[in-house]
Design a protein. Structure first.
Ligand code: AVJ
Length: 323
């Protein structure tokens, strides 16, 4: 057995920020009701997401991987030698293996909110790449990014794959990129995967797969609220719904209440009309120039962009500018 060493950094502090319970209750007490998509990723949710990535309808993962493979020589050239690679939302850390194998990376930092999942996948990386210094930071990067101690900010390349940036509204994505740029030295690279606007039927089927895995992934949130927060909430009371909102250029994922119901948590009660939903995720879709403009407003300039022949997905190499 190979016991691989990783450097673990816990950045999920709860002192200054609302806890999950407070944040969830605030969302469910709003109109319309919502819950942040980051809560979809407990251990079970992270595993279900890995299954989604394999689905025939879910084109982003395999398309992004194919683009990465093709672009790798150019990416290696842009990243230069001895880079430190930071991966945001590292999940199973599968795609980053392509980068680790082609780039000359000395140090890797995986950042993810799902602690056990993060630890087991970064341990596997450390075992498979014994020459690599592996760090894992359990963090909610939607609140900002901070480099843990021991990570040299020299020659940083940040990898933000999967179009996770699409979970932010464009305004929040811009703020997020600004906060990221502030913790990077000028000239740092950002390799970011961005899902493209396309035929609505293709988009909608990617979030409504025939096997119902995406529905499971969405409904798993309710199990989590019951088990971790003590809500008297049952997944049987809700159904999965996902559709493309053309005006906003985003896929929306909801959990629709099948009936009138009142949920309670301690002294709080939350009422649902029949058909009323909890909005659980947005997944924004961009055009290439649209995303470049957004990144530009946040102080990142485009160096290179790659996309597949069908125009499904794009990968951008951006450089942080000094302003
Ligand atoms: C991980 C946010 C990129 O929006 O496509 C997949 C999550 N949700 N199926 C996406 C997701 C439903 C995914 N991201």
């Amino acid at each position: 057995m190979n016991i691989a060493e990783i450097h673990f950094h816990n950045q999920l502090s709860e002192d200054n920020f609302p806890t999950m319970a407070q944040e969830v209750i605030a969302g469910l007490s709003s109109r319309p009701k919502y819950c942040s998509p980051k809560y979809l990723y407990d251990q079970k949710g992270s595993e279900l997401f890995e299954k989604i990535c394999e689905l025939p309808e879910y084109y982003p993962t395999r398309t992004e991987e194919a683009i990465l493979r093709q672009a790798m020589p150019e990416i290696a050239e842009l990243a230069g030698k001895d880079a430190t690679l930071v991966e945001l939302g590292s999940g199973a850390s599968r795609k980053v293996r392509l980068l680790l194998e082609s780039l000359s990376v000395r140090c890797y930092l995986g950042v993810d909110i799902s602690r056990d999942f993060l630890v087991s996948s970064t341990r596997r990386l450390a075992a498979d790449y014994p020459w690599l210094e592996v760090h894992a930071a359990c963090a909610d990067f939607t609140r900002g990014v901070a480099l843990p101690e021991g990570i040299s900010p020299k020659r940083l390349v940040t990898f933000f794959p999967g179009s996770s940036i699409g979970n932010f509204t464009p305004e929040a994505a811009e703020r997020f990129l600004i906060s990221l740029r502030r913790c990077l030295p000028t000239g740092s690279g950002l390799l970011v995967g961005v899902d493209l606007l396309k035929d609505h039927a293709i988009l909608e089927s990617a979030y409504n797969d025939a096997d119902g895995i995406t529905a499971e992934f969405n409904l798993n949130l309710l199990d989590r609220l019951r088990k971790e927060l003590g809500f008297d909430i049952e997944r049987e009371g809700f159904s999965h719904r996902a559709f493309f909102n053309e005006r906003q250029s985003r896929i929306e994922m909801h959990l629709d209440s099948r009936d009138f119901q009142v949920l309670s948590l301690n002294t709080k009660s939350i009422r649902f009309r029949k058909g009323e939903s909890i909005h659980t995720e947005n997944s924004y879709k961009y055009s290439i120039p649209g995303f470049q403009r957004l990144a530009g407003r946040a102080g990142f300039s485009s160096r290179r962009v790659w996309f597949d022949d069908d125009g499904l997905f794009s990968i951008h190499y951006l450089i942080s500018s000094s302003r």
